[in-house]
Design a binder for this molecule. Sequence first.
Ligand SMILES: NC(=O)c1ccc[n+]([C@@H]2O[C@H](COP(=O)([O-])OP(=O)(O)OC[C@H]3O[C@@H](n4cnc5c(N)ncnc54)[C@H](O)[C@@H]3O)[C@@H](O)[C@H]2O)c1
Length: 373
Amino acid sequence: MSFNRRHFLAAAAAGAAAQSVVVGQSTAPRIPTAMIGVGNRGSHVMKGVLEQPNAAVVALCDIKPDRLDAAASAAAKDQPKTYKDWRAVIDRKDIEAVFIATPPYLHSEMAVAALQAGKHVYCEKPIGITASQVRDVVKAAKNSKKVFMVGQQLRSFTQLQEAIAKIRGGVIGNVLMVNAQRHASQDLSHDGSSADWYFDVDKSGGYLIEQSVHNLDACNWVVGEHPTKASGFGGTLLYKNDPPGRNIYDCNVLSYEYPSGAKMSFTLNVFHPPGMPGGNQYIHAFGSKGAVDLMYSTNMYKLNTKDEPVVLAAKRDEAPHGHTTAFYDCITKNAKNPADIVVGASGALTAIMGHLAMTKQSVVSWSDLGVAL
Ligand SMILES: NC(=O)c1ccc[n+]([C@@H]2O[C@H](COP(=O)([O-])OP(=O)(O)OC[C@H]3O[C@@H](n4cnc5c(N)ncnc54)[C@H](O)[C@@H]3O)[C@@H](O)[C@H]2O)c1
């Protein structure tokens, strides 16, 4: 494997990148930042890091030379050093912030090591694919004084923040039931950028844990707590052994119960025909005074009237890298963390509880997971 020599030479000259650079007319400190995993997601998030006036991308790590090369080109202005070994990145004392965007089964080990080394950590979702992995990250984050943020970026969408604040404020009364789904019109690409890990449940966790953690976390946000019980069924009904060796489900039907008594139903599939109504993702929250249609609108319908819906929060263009900006705001301005360890852990554990319910074919309780938040 030959890495791009141009970037190695540039990086060697740069060494530890400057921690202070001229931004506009002023000299602002820039937080030395490392990116571990620069595939599909990592390279996208890195664009957001490069846009931050208070960040410098000083290290890039990936085991795939082509991805490392492409990222080094994209981040050339900051002259990052490139690495194949993520531990060498964590060992660098000058690095203050680490982004982790590797396949999910690697997150906990990398996040724990980065936290223990005193770094601020932005970890892609899910923070772990087993309860014990989540437990390890929770312990390390709670023992750290640094910022830990999970890449559940819906938490930084200002329209959802405004609408959900109104739901939590009582606009639909008590939330009694949530009905949500994540349906896709096709399976993840069988030869795409993540096909070498995605279809192995021990690496991705499957669609529920890897993707639907976003949706389940949003349901928890709407209800205002995490569920305590899960039951349900799942299977590989269409894409049996396709791609060969696949052991992740293509369809899930789940039920959850919350401490308040609220119920949530969630379905997932990857075979919803594109033209068929009712596809894609939604969260319908039903309360004692009305219901809200979330995700593509924030329309609220009052109970027992045929009134036009009330828009809870106007549609707007969200900042494409708002969650990344929020991470640096937590570090530099002590801003409130929209997706802290409790959000990351409870989202992942909600998905893991559902996954266990399907694989064990029994009701699984939150207390069975053995993670204190
Ligand atoms: N927040 C979101 O909306 C969102 C969207 C997509 C993906 N993700 C998450 O981002 C993560 C990565 O997904 P992706 O789609 O970018 O996958 P990907 O396969 O495109 O990228 C993962 C990268 O990690 C690298 N990698 C694997 N093992 C490594 C190691 N030991 N050390 C360093 N690098 C290593 C791979 O070579 C690859 O380049 C997943 O956890 C996924 O759930 C989040």
